[in-house]
Ligand binder design. Structure first.
Ligand code: PGA
Length: 254
């Protein structure tokens, strides 16, 4: 059985004090063991070291929201996978639609980052998703399949199996509009088929596929009840400790 993965994406939010307080509350409330569920907080770079230290010996992983693909070099402002590993960051979101839109991250860069993540034992959460125009013109599945193929190009079957893919329709991010669980599952099913087509059935069955876009404690159970939705990547509703814990609890119940 695939595990469920709940990842909070703080984006550019929280002061150090707020980050610390969030962690204290979450660590108090989280069950001591999460059976077949992985909980991750993806925070701004400057908070990662503090959060990773606090989360030691708790069932909570700390992730970055992006990373560079080189281990070091003249890349002003960037953070490398080796720097992340050194401070016990275990995951990285790669190719979030905000990175693609505002920082012009291409499918090729996403692929380089995914490869770099595996080279340095960081688990990638690869984001894909369509715009409203693409949805309305009926090209959602072809667009998303294309993003998946490019992101995973050149990976081994074993690496593909260990990848998490987050399907995030761009029109649902931060808008309060969620894709219906049926529509979301339909695209996630197509993603799994796409993975089978570029790798094999074992990889397709192993890959964890999250849904993201206005997920909250009220709609998560329905989303997770779908066959091909194995978790959620959550922005807004991951910022409050109470609601983050509820999301993780919903996954343990699913
Ligand atoms: P949201 O963000 O939950 O606030 O819609 C999701 C995301 O961008 O990952």
């Amino acid at each position: 059985m695939r595990k469920k993965i709940i990842a909070g994406n703080w984006k550019m939010n929280k002061s150090r004090k707020e980050a610390k307080q969030f962690m204290q509350e979450v660590l108090q409330q989280l069950p001591t063991e999460l059976n077949n569920v992985e909980a991750i907080v993806c925070a701004p770079f400057v908070h990662l070291s503090l959060l990773a230290e606090m989360a030691q010996s708790f069932p909570l992983h700390i992730g970055a929201q992006t990373m560079h693909f080189e281990a070091s070099g003249a890349y002003t402002g960037e953070v490398s996978p080796t720097m992340l590993i050194e401070i016990d960051v275990t995951h990285a979101i790669i190719g979030h639609s905000e990175r693609r839109e505002y920082y012009h991250e291409t499918d090729e860069a996403v692929n380089q980052k995914v490869k770099a993540a595996f080279a340095h034992q960081i688990k990638p959460i690869v984001c894909v998703g369509e715009t409203l125009d693409q949805r309305e013109s009926g090209s959602t599945k072809s667009h998303v399949a294309n993003q998946v193929k490019q992101a995973l190009a050149g990976l081994t079957e074993k690496q593909i199996r260990k990848t998490t893919i987050a399907y995030e329709p761009i029109w649902a991010i931060g808008t309060g509009k969620t894709a219906s669980s049926r529509d979301a599952n339909d695209v996630c099913t197509h993603i799994r088929k796409t993975v089978a087509s570029i790798s094999d059935e074992a990889a397709a069955q192993g890959v964890v596929i999250q849904y993201g876009g206005s997920v909250n404690p009220d709609n998560i159970a329905e989303l997770l009840s779908e066959e091909n939705i194995d978790g959620a990547l959550v922005g807004g509703a991951s910022l409050a400790a109470e609601s983050f814990v509820k999301l993780v609890e919903a996954a343990t119940d699913a």
